[in-house]
Design a protein around this ligand. Structure first.
Ligand code: G
Ligand code: G
Ligand code: NA
Ligand code: MN
Length: 254
């Protein structure tokens, strides 16, 4: 009930907000874009994690309106950054249920992009590996339609699901994000290093970019640079932060 009220913008139910975490080009050290991560500041419970309220939204039929809010807010913010002279690409996370409704989803993107005069190439959709591999035809149609619209697609948490490589090749994907668990173990585990090396080589062979998520130490970053990982994301560089903070961060980095 509180989430429904917050979505409706009713006062007293806390505010939804997107926080943004930079993705850094490994070679140049420049910000190439940000991942948008949803936050809900509840008046009584404080900041509630999406791990908690996304499943609630899914269960109570609120995931479409919540996802719509994320799409619209990202487009609005891209336009705000553009006005400030910042060309920022934004990656948003999509849930399984959004992908199950291709027509509604595509219409929502079209509307939000048009409303804010934003080019589709500024938006990336992150889809977890298990969801992307869902063989429901609606899911595949969603991914095709989003790609046709000009959005980039990225497979999130890669390495944790059961990817069919043949299927991966068929999807209009341009990026793989190696799951945090492998990055965490990079310095201590030869197996993790072997997996990360193999994923990067596989991705490059398929013409895909690779992002490492959850990079927390300089040692991990060093290993990833050595393996030619394209982009790095994690607390080592920056935590997810509110838009205005991200603007200051992005304009102060040399
Ligand atoms: O931001 P981190 O704080 O705690 O995010 C936790 C999880 O919630 C991650 O798996 C992330 O992908 C997911 N998440 C964050 N924002 C969104 C969103 O806008 N939509 C969906 N579906 N998942 C999100
Ligand atoms: O599932 P997804 O990859 O979207 O999850 C993103 C989550 O990872 C968010 O909760 C975000 O806050 C978190 N995160 C981002 N960078 C780091 C990091 O360096 N270390 C850890 N432990 N979590 C991170
Ligand atoms: Na993500
Ligand atoms: Mn992930």
């Amino acid at each position: 009930r509180d989430l429904r009220a917050a979505l409706a913008g009713e006062a007293g139910n806390g505010r939804l907000a997107l926080h943004y975490q930079p993705k850094i080009a490994t070679a140049e050290g420049e910000v190439t874009g940000v991942e948008a991560l949803l936050r809900w500041n509840h008046p009584l419970r404080g900041a509630i994690s999406p791990v908690v309220f996304i499943p609630v939204a899914e269960r109570f039929g609120l995931i479409m309106p919540l996802g719509d809010w994320v799409i619209a807010e990202s487009c609005r913010q891209i336009a705000v950054w553009r006005e400030a002279g910042l060309q920022m690409r934004v990656a948003i996370n999509l849930s399984m249920q959004q992908l199950r409704q291709p027509e509604a989803l595509v219409r929502r993107f079209e509307t939000a992009l048009a409303q804010h005069g934003v080019d589709a190439r500024y938006l990336t959709c992150e889809i977890t590996e298990s969801v992307a591999m869902d063989d429901a035809s609606a899911t595949e149609r969603s991914l095709q339609r989003l790609a046709e619209l000009g959005l980039s697609l990225s497979i999130d948490d890669f390495g944790t699901g059961y990817s069919s490589l043949a299927y991966l090749r068929r999807l209009p994907v341009s990026q793989l994000k190696i799951d945090r668990s492998f990055i965490q173990d990079l310095e201590s585990s030869a197996d993790a290093r072997a997996i990360v090396k193999a994923v990067i080589e596989l991705a490059h062979a398929l013409g895909l970019q690779v992002v490492a998520e959850g990079v927390e130490t300089e040692g991990q970053a060093e290993v990833l640079r050595g393996k030619r990982c394209d982009k790095l994301q994690g607390f080592l560089f920056a935590r997810p932060m509110p838009a205005d903070e991200l603007t200051r961060w992005a304009t102060s980095v040399p």
